[in-house]
Write a protein that binds this ligand. Structure first.
Ligand SMILES: [Fe+2]
Length: 449
């Protein structure tokens, strides 16, 4: 049993190439932040589009504020630019619902602030040693801040989805699924595998350390559940029959009168949805998105299946049955390319189920990375040996039964902010995130050799 050897792309780079790699990643993340905030006018930037979300202009300045705190002040040891902003943009001081009422920087000031911080951060990148401190080893702090910006790019994309009005975001269509027969499910053999990582330089604290887990044999869907499959659940009375739902899920369904995924509308000619301001018929072959954990769980019960555990999901995504090794991604150790996965907001929707054959796992499981976040049945907890780094609020304060783990990233997730070990978490009622799911089940007698 082992994980990825002590190499991986970042560890093989010279210090100069590492700096160039970091600068490229920061620049790409910023290009997306700028595109998401330039797409709307100033009024839209300061508006709160939903109580669930911050105004876009808060996200923008918060990206700069975190970059200033970690890269300019901590790594660089430089003087604060705007110490007066620390509290305003501290996500733990103010709930999303309250941020609109704060004396926030206006759009022009926020843009100028993030530009100034970035100039200083790139200067620090040129001069700071990339070793000697855990925070700077393999440029960890720069990786953390790049991931942070990409995470807010996905949050801002979710705000765009909640925004009313004419469409302002545009992107080419994702690739179709190749034709031909494909297995709907695969058997993942039982046994131990290495979960989590101690070798991935930019892995966050909750992904660490690598540890062995014994996962009994299970059967997993090769693709996420599609809208077409989900419509059968609707038509089959899935939302009307309590027996498919957990007690908490049914209470939530009743209280909010939930009868379909968020952003779906029933029309005389069938189901339609709104996607970034575009109304379109629900696409039958595309993975369903904007469903809560409770809806995913009810669907799985209706289908006679269950949701995978987090360990099952990661084993399907990383375990190579030939070598016995856990890899960085389903396709191997290489960084994601456009052929592997639908990431980075290149397309503004999931690709059809069965797309991205080059990104499949050795057992033939597709779209584990990208397209839609996948709900797992596991509560968010630290791995054995967990240590908070660089601060408790990154993930430790969220450990507990109120959050479910999501895996794999969505079409809205940046490539630096996802990998086979990456863990996301949210409340089981959340639907504005780009989350779908796939089903698992126990093997039937005779299925396991
Ligand atoms: Fe943040």
């Amino acid at each position: 049993m082992s994980e990825t050897p002590e190499s991986g792309p970042l560890l093989e780079l010279s210090s100069q190439d590492l700096r160039a790699h970091v600068a490229g990643a920061l620049t790409r993340a910023r290009a997306r932040s700028v595109a998401l905030t330039d797409a709307v006018d100033d009024e839209d930037l300061i508006r709160q589009h939903s109580k669930l979300m911050s105004p876009l202009v808060w996200d923008l300045a918060h990206i700069g504020s975190q970059e200033e705190l970690w890269l300019v002040r901590d790594v660089g040891g430089r003087e604060p630019l705007r110490p007066d902003l620390d509290d305003l943009y501290d996500a733990f001081q103010h709930s999303r619902a309250d941020r609109r009422a704060l004396p926030l920087l206006g759009p022009a000031e926020a843009r100028a602030y993030v530009r100034e911080v970035r100039e200083k951060a790139l200067d620090v990148l040129e001069k700071a040693p990339m070793s000697g401190r855990r925070l700077t080893e393999s440029a960890f702090a720069f990786g953390m801040i790049t991931q942070h910006e990409q995470q807010h790019d996905e949050t801002m994309l979710a705000t765009h989805q909640l925004r009313r009005g004419e469409p302002v975001l545009h992107a080419p269509e994702p690739p179709h699924a190749p034709s031909g027969r494909r297995l709907a499910e695969v058997l993942v053999p039982g046994g131990r595998f290495t979960m989590g990582t101690s070798a991935e330089p930019w892995a966050l604290d909750n992904e660490r350390p690598a540890h062995e887990v014994d996962v009994p044999a299970f059967v997993l869907d090769t693709t996420p559940v599609t809208c077409g499959e989900y419509l059968e659940f609707l038509a089959g009375g899935g939302y009307a029959e309590q027996r498919f739902w957990s007690a908490a899920g049914w209470a939530y369904r009743q209280e909010h009168d939930i009868t379909a995924p968020r952003f779906w509308h029933r029309e005389p000619d069938g189901w339609w949805r709104t996607r970034f301001g575009v109304r379109e018929p629900v696409p039958l072959r595309e993975p369903v998105v904007h469903v809560s954990y409770y809806e995913a769980e009810a669907y799985a019960n209706w289908a006679g299946k269950r949701l995978p555990t987090e360990a099952e999901w990661e084993k399907a995504a990383r375990f190579d049955p030939v070598s016995g090794r856990s890899r960085r991604f389903p396709w191997g150790d290489e960084e994601p390319t456009e052929a592997h996965a639908n990431l980075g907001q290149r397309h503004l929707r999931p690709a059809e189920a069965g797309a991205y054959p080059a990104g499949q796992s050795p057992l033939g499981v597709r779209q584990l990375i990208g397209d839609v976040w996948e709900w797992t049945s596991t509560d968010f907890h630290g791995y054995p040996g967990f240590g908070a780094f660089p601060y408790r609020e990154y993930s430790e304060v969220f450990f507990g039964p109120e959050y479910k783990v999501l895996r794999g990233g969505s079409f809205g997730t940046g490539a630096v902010a996802v990998r086979g070990t990456f863990r996301n978490w949210d409340y089981p009622i959340r639907r504005q995130i780009f989350a779908g799911f796939r089903c698992a089940r126990d093997p039937r007698p005779g299925e396991v050799a």
